[in-house]
Design a protein around this ligand. Structure first.
Ligand SMILES: [Zn+2]
Ligand SMILES: [Zn+2]
Length: 131
């Protein structure tokens, strides 16, 4: 963390392939069902973003993408949970995954955890890949 930063949501090293993140600024999940869902979504955003860095992916500037850099919670809340097509390919190459299978796993995870909008996004992306 740099001296002029007030806080970070997470941080990772592309070179050392390590990372950390915190749920401290994600809201109180015990407050309500909606607060729990928001805290879970924020945590998944940060965890998957930092994991992208661990997989040596830099910030994305090409599309709206989970790998976009953010400087505030409001900005983070506008960032999608999913990856753009370019970053999706990078993750799949890194992990040796088939994109359609991976999107199916992400859809199932989101359905299981009641993240309907994201689950639907993954389902649509998977259908479009199949065409
Ligand atoms: Zn980042
Ligand atoms: Zn991207």
């Amino acid at each position: 963390m740099r001296d002029d930063w007030n806080f970070v949501f997470g941080q990772a090293s592309l070179r050392d392939r390590t990372g950390v993140w915190s749920i401290y600024r994600k809201g109180d999940p015990a407050e309500s069902t909606a607060a729990f869902a928001k805290c879970l979504t924020r945590t998944l955003h940060t965890a998957s973003h930092e994991t992208g860095h661990i997989l040596t992916i830099q910030h994305c500037t090409a599309f709206e993408c989970n790998m976009n850099g953010v400087n505030s919670l409001a900005e983070a809340d506008r960032r999608p949970l999913h990856l753009c097509p370019v970053c999706l390919r990078k993750v799949c190459w890194n992990l040796q995954l088939e994109p359609a299978d991976y999107l199916g796993q992400l859809e199932a995870f989101c359905r299981k955890h009641k993240l309907g909008d994201e689950a639907n996004w993954y389902a649509t992306a998977r259908q479009r890949l199949a065409k």
